[in-house]
Design a protein around this ligand. Structure first.
Ligand SMILES: [Zn+2]
Length: 114
């Protein structure tokens, strides 16, 4: 499977049938279809650091625009941006982790072994 397909569909990079996510953003230990060991992949915190910047920029620009355009009460900002921040973070984190897993599988990247 292409890494972008793994990212978009959350499917196994080897067989394309099983799901790699056991939770919302947590990997399952193994692919339920082909048994690929998913614990051997380490996507690390690389996705999170980029997503902090991306989600932060999107939410900040939208919040500034809404404030300057509509001047709503403070609680409107809380109701808008808190759920959006959480939803964007989860959706993009799942996408980024799937993409990194697909790339690691395609390029056979592993931690160093003796
Ligand atoms: Zn599989």
């Amino acid at each position: 499977m292409a890494p972008i397909q793994v990212a978009l569909r959350g499917c196994c990079p080897r067989c394309g049938k099983g799901r790699v996510f056991g939770g919302v953003i947590a990997f399952a230990p193994r692919c339920p279809a082909c048994g690929l060991d998913l614990t051997s992949f380490n996507v690390g915190d690389g996705a999170a650091s980029f997503l902090i910047l991306i989600v932060g920029a999107i939410v900040t620009v939208l919040a500034l625009w809404v404030e300057l355009r509509f001047e709503p009460a403070w609680w409107v900002h809380v109701l808008l941006w808190l759920p959006l921040t959480i939803a964007l973070s989860l959706v993009l984190m799942r996408f980024a982790k799937g993409l990194l897993l697909g790339l690691e599988y395609r390029h056979e990247a592993r931690e160093g072994r003796l």
